[in-house]
Design a protein around this ligand. Sequence first.
Ligand SMILES: [Zn+2]
Length: 229
Amino acid sequence: MKKINTVFTIICLFACFSNAKTFYANGYPEVKKVALTFDDGPGKATKRVLEILKEKNVKATFFMLGIRVESDTETAKKVVADDHEIGSHTYEHVNFYSYKVDDKIRKMERGILQAKKIIKDKLGVDTYLMRFPYGYSKPEGLEVAQKQGYYVINWSFGMDWENVSAQEMHIKYKQAIKNGAIFLMHDLPKNDKILSFLGDFIDEIRAEGYEIVTVSELLNLKQKYQTEI
Ligand SMILES: [Zn+2]
């Protein structure tokens, strides 16, 4: 049993170590900073989100879908113009946890590459941060992302898609404030309850002494290398 445990520990240590440089779901626990992230846009809530962020002087990270950037380039450009950080959420919203077709790896590669190209062509931004739809983080996904020069960023807390009151949602987000927190929200939301408390939430984060930064600043990440598109 001890031997099995040792073997398991070695495998786990190796896996944790090898993924550590590509995959993050939290910032450093000793640093009093948090990041706000918005997925699935640009979308119907983007404009209002940008207004609130501007009013509060906050820079956030937007994980955009290639297909949305294509169909609503003007809104995507506004996010860039406001100097927010742009990450990729792949081309379309494929759930790779339930994707059963044999070409899964190729589908991932294509989805990442397509989004990278569209974001570069339409917005002039080189992306190196990405988030798979549904937070897919299995080793083969991380490997595909890493090969294309991406860090994969998940979140420490997010629930703005859940069917609860805005008040309850606000309380849960507030309770999740901690060192290195990465908050997930959506600017193409199933509901827009987040908009009713985003401004107050930002104030509350700061009142607790936290700085709000982009994901790359939270994690001290820089572009790994230029990739061919
Ligand atoms: Zn998504």
